[in-house]
Write a protein that binds this ligand. Structure first.
Ligand code: GLC
Length: 756
C-alpha cells in the first residue's frame, strides 16, 4: 500500500514537529533529543509503545530455535500496525528498505525500525574469530576490525550489531569461547572497549557506524561444566572482579545496548534479574541505552522454573528492566494487558521506549530512515580490498607460535614438504561459526595461501591432502569419521619429504554457540593420523585450526613445531603461509590457557593460591592432582617468535598511595626483527578479599629490530592496584605486592613494592 498525498503531507508536517531534520546538528545536546522523545511519546498509544519493545526475526538466518507460533503473515501484520520496533536477520539494502518502508510509511507514527544482526567478527569480509583477534594483543587492529565490520554491515542496511560478546570464560568445553576475548578481565575490558569504539565510531549518526551491544549480561561464560545454556552459580567476588569488569568497560566506552544472557545467575534468570539490569546496569552504572533479551530468553523463564506462564515471564522481564523482547512473543501477547491490570507500571514501558527511541534518534534514523539503504554503498563498500588488507594484517598478528624446536619453522626455500589435512583445503571453516553474511567457500585456504606466498603451485598439489574429517556444512555438522582410506598413501608420501605440514583441528561449526564438547582433543581420526605420520617422519609442523583451546598434550611432547592459527577469517591461508615461510614473524600470545587434560578445566592463570599451594614434608596434603600437573600445557600470555627476547633491569618506584612506576629493559636477542608482548602482572599478597596469585595489569606490544633494546615504562594506578570487595565496593589496600614483567603469565623477572 503506498502513501496518499494527504498522508505524506501529514508525515512531513509530523516530521516538522519532532524532527525538523534539515539542519539537525549531529552533536545536538541530548536535551534536544529528549524533547523529541517526549513529544513523540506523548502521541503514542500503549499499543504503539509496546510495539517499540518488540523485535522480530526476519525470514532468513534463524539464529535460535524457530519462533513459537510466529509466522511471516502475523509479523507483517504487526509491522503494518506499528507493533514492531526492531527486526533481526533482515539484511541487504533491498530487504531492509522493504521492511523499513512498511514501518515508516504505513504506520500511524512512522517510527523507523532499528535493524540488528550478528556482526561478530565481520559482515561479509571475515576477520579472525574474536578469540583469535584477542591473541594479537593489538587493540588498534582489533578496533579497526570492528570498524571494517561496521562499514560493511551499515552498507547492507544494518544499524545495530549484537557484539561485542564480552563474556570472560575459563572453560574450553564451552563452544562460545571463540566469540570472546579469553580468560582475563583486565585484557577483556580493553578489548571490549576497543570493539565498541570500532563499531560505534565517534558519531553514531554516520552511515558507516552502527550501535554495538555488550553481551551476554551476565555470567554466561561460567555455564556449569562448560555445557551450553547451563546454569550459573558464582560468588560475589567472581561476579565483581571477573565477570562484570568487561561489561562496565563497554558501558564506559559508550555502548548503546546490552543483551541479557540466557542463564540464571544464582537462581535468577538474567532476563528477569532486577539486580543485574536495574541495580547495577541502569542504577549504579547509569547506563542510558537499552537492553534486548537474548533469543526467546523472556519466554524461557518458564522453562527455567521461574515464571509460571508467558504472562508472568513478560511481567518479570519488563519490571526487571529488559527493554526489548527478541522472539519470545510474550511482550506482544501480554504486556499491554499487564499494564492495564496494574502488574507492570506504565512508567517502565515509557522508560523502555525512551531508551529505544534515543538510540534510534542517535543513529539518525528519524533524520533519514533510509540512510543505511544505499545500493551504491552496498556495491562499493562490502568486500572492499582495503577490508581484506585489514583482516589479513590482524590474522597474521593473531597466530601464536606455541613451539618451534630445531627451528623447523620457518620453511626454507629448498625444503621439500608435504601438506596433509582436510582443513588445509577447507575454505569455509576459517570463517568460523559466526559468519552469517559471509559467502561459503570464500576464505583463502592454507593450500591457496602457500601457493600465493611460496609461488610453488605445482609442488604440493602432488602432495596428499587427507580427508580425515569430512566436514560438511549442514547444520549441525558431523564431527567424527572412521575414514582411514587415505592413511596408507599419506604415510608413504610423508617418508619422502623433509618436513610435513599437518593442518588439523576443528571445522568451523565445532565451536561456537551450541557447540560444547566434553572431549577437546583433535576431533575424529586426526590424532591417530598425526601419530602414524610421526612414525615415518618426525619433522612435523602442526598447524592448528580451531575455535577453542584443545588438549594437544601428545603433540606438545612429540611434535617439534606447533602454530595456533584458530579460525582466521577470509584471509586465513595467506596469513598462515606468511608465517610458515617467515614473511611475518609470529607475535601472538594466548588469551586463554591450554589445558593438559580436560579434567583440569576450568583452568586459568589467575588462580588463587589456596591454603595448601605447595607440597610439604613429602606428604600429599596439598592442592594438586595425583595424575596430572596443576599447570596449563600452554599458559595465558604464552607465544614464541622466530627471534627471542630478554628482560633486564626491572625497577619499581612507588610514587604515592596509588601510583607505582615500573621500568624494564627489553632486548631482541635474535637475528630477526620481531614483536614482543611485554606483560606486567601483580600479586596483592594479603588482602581483605583473597587476590589471585597473579593478575595482568599492563602490557605493551613492542616491535624491535634484531639486537635492538628499549626501555619500557608502565604506571600502575588505583584502577590496576584495586579490587572489588564482596559488597561491590572498589578499594586499594596498603601492604605487600609482588610484580613480574615477562613474555607470558609463567615467565619473566620478579620484583615487588609496598603500599602504605
Ligand atoms: C543467539 C545468541 C546471541 C545472538 C542472538 C541473535 O541465540 O545467544 O548471542 O546475538 O541469538 O542471533
Amino acid at each position: 500500500m503506498r502513501w496518499t498525498t494527504i498522508s505524506f503531507l501529514l508525515f512531513l508536517m509530523a516530521c516538522k514537529t519532532y524532527t525538523n531534520t534539515s539542519n539537525v546538528n549531529r552533536e545536538q545536546p541530548m536535551s534536544t533529543i529528549d524533547k523529541k522523545i517526549d513529544a513523540l511519546l506523548a502521541k503514542m498509544t500503549l499499543t504503539e509503545k509496546v510495539g517499540q519493545m518488540i523485535q522480530y526475526n526476519g525470514f532468513y538466518d534463524a539464529t535460535g530455535p524457530q519462533p513459537r507460533g510466529g509466522d511471516a503473515a502475523r509479523k507483517y501484520e504487526h509491522l503494518r500496525s506499528g507493533k514492531v520496533g526492531s527486526m533481526l536477520n533482515v539484511r541487504g539494502v533491498d530487504q531492509v528498505r522493504a521492511v523499513q518502508e512498511i514501518a515508516v510509511e504505513e504506520t500511524r507514527l512512522g517510527i523507523p525500525l532499528i535493524i540488528g544482526f550478528d556482526v561478530i567478527h565481520g559482515y561479509e569480509t571475515q576477520s579472525p574469530i574474536p578469540l583469535a583477534e584477542a591473541a594479537s594483543w593489538d587493540l588498534d587492529a582489533i578496533e579497526n576490525s570492528a570498524k571494517v565490520a561496521a562499514a560493511e554491515a551499515a552498507a547492507a542496511g544494518i544499524n545495530w550489531t549484537f557484539a561485542p560478546m564480552v563474556d570472560i570464560t575459563r572453560d574450553a568445553r564451552w563452544g562460545r569461547v571463540m566469540e570472546g576475548a579469553g580468560e582475563d578481565p583486565y585484557y577483556g575490558s580493553l578489548v571490549a572497549a576497543a570493539r565498541v569504539k570500532g563499531f560505534q565510531g565517534d558519531d553514531l549518526a554516520q552511515p558507516n557506524t552502527i550501535a554495538a551491544c555488550a553481551k551476554h549480561f551476565a555470567g554466561y561464560g561460567w555455564s556449569e561444566s562448560g555445557r551450553e545454556y547451563n546454569t550459573v552459580d558464582v560468588g560475589t567476588s567472581t561476579l565483581y572482579n571477573m565477570i562484570l569488569p568487561p561489561f562496565k568497560a563497554a558501558k564506559d566506552a559508550g555502548v548503546k545496548t546490552f543483551m541479557n544472557s540466557f542463564n540464571d545467575l544464582n537462581g535468577i534468570p538474567a532476563t528477569g534479574d532486577e539486580f543485574l539490569l536495574r541495580d547495577i546496569l541502569k542504577g549504579a552504572w547509569k547506563f542510558d541505552g537499552f537492553v534486548v533479551s537474548d533469543w526467546d530468553s523472556i519466554g524461557e523463564m518458564y522453562e527455567h522454573g521461574y515464571a509460571a506462564n508467558d504472562a508472568e515471564a513478560a511481567m518479570f522481564a519488563a519490571n526487571a528492566g529488559c527493554d526489548m523482547d527478541m522472539e519470545s512473543y510474550t511482550y506482544v501477547e501480554h504486556l499491554e494487558n499487564l499494564v492495564n491490570e496494574g502488574k507492570v507500571n506504565e512508567a517502565h514501558i515509557d522508560e523502555a521506549v525512551r531508551r529505544i527511541l534515543r538510540v534510534k534518534f542517535e543513529l539518525g534514523l528519524f533524520d533519514d530512515p533510509y540512510k543505511y539503504c544505499s545500493k551504491e554503498r552496498e556495491q562499493t563498500i562490502i568486500g572492499h580490498e582495503s577490508h581484506h588488507e585489514a583482516v589479513l594484517d590482524l590474522a597474521k598478528k593473531s597466530i601464536v607460535l606455541l613451539k618451534n624446536e630445531r627451528s623447523l619453522l620457518p620453511l626454507k626455500d629448498n625444503d621439500s614438504y608435504l601438506v596433509i589435512g582436510q582443513l588445509a583445503e577447507d575454505k569455509t571453516s576459517p570463517l568460523g561459526s559466526w559468519r552469517l553474511a559471509a559467502k561459503d567457500n570464500t576464505a583463502v585456504s592454507v593450500l591457496e595461501g602457500i601457493e600465493n606466498v611460496s609461488g610453488k603451485p605445482a609442488l604440493f598439489k602432488k602432495g596428499v591432502q587427507l580427508t580425515t574429517d569430512k566436514a560438511t556444512f549442514v547444520y549441525p555438522v558431523p564431527i567424527n569419521t572412521t575414514d582411514r582410506k587415505d592413511f596408507a598413501e599419506a604415510i608413504k608420501a610423508a617418508k619422502n619429504v623433509d618436513k610435513v605440514v599437518m593442518v588439523l583441528g576443528e571445522h568451523g561449526f565445532q565451536s561456537g554457540e551450541s557447540r560444547s564438547r566434553t572431549r577437546i582433543g583433535l576431533p575424529g581420526l586426526q590424532q591417530e593420523l598425526l601419530e602414524e605420520i610421526y612414525k615415518v617422519n618426525k619433522n612435523i609442523i602442526l598447524v592448528l585450526m580451531n575455535g577453542r583451546p584443545l588438549t594437544i598434550d601428545w603433540a606438545a611432547e612429540h611434535v617439534p613445531s606447533i602454530l595456533e592459527t584458530w579460525h582466521l577469517g577470509s584471509q586465513s591461508g595467506n596469513a598462515i603461509a606468511e608465517v610458515l615461510f617467515g614473511k611475518y614473524n609470529p607475535s601472538g600470545k594466548l588469551p586463554m590457557s591450554f589445558p593438559r587434560h580436560v579434567g583440569q578445566v576450568p583452568i586459568y592463570y589467575n588462580q588463587k593460591r589456596t591454603g595448601r599451594p605447595d607440597q610439604k614434608d613429602g606428604n600429599v596434603f596439598f592442592s594438586h592432582y595425583s595424575d596430572e600437573e596443576n599447570t596449563a600445557l600452554y599458559p595465558f600470555g604464552h607465544g614464541l617468535s622466530y627471534t627471542w627476547f630478554e628482560y633486564r633491569n626491572l625497577r619499581v618506584e612507588v610514587l604515592g598511595k596509588t601510583e607505582v612506576k615500573v621500568t624494564v629493559d627489553l632486548q631482541n636477542m635474535g637475528g630477526l626483527d620481531g614483536e614482543e608482548v611485554a606483560q606486567l602482572y601483580i600479586r596483592d599478597v594479603a588482602a581483605s578479599v583473597i587476590r589471585p596469585k597473579k593478575e595482568l595489569k599492563g602490557f605493551q606490544k613492542v616491535f624491535l629490530k634484531a639486537g635492538e633494546a628499549k626501555k619500557l615504562e608502565f604506571t600502575l594506578t588505583e584502577n590496576e592496584l584495586g579490587f572489588f570487595d564482596n559488597r561491590g565496593n572498589f578499594k586499594v589496600e596498603p601492604g605487600e605486592f609482588h610484580l613480574k614483567v615477562g613474555g607470558s603469565s609463567e615467565n619473566g623477572i620478579w620484583s615487588g613494592f609496598h603500599l602504605d
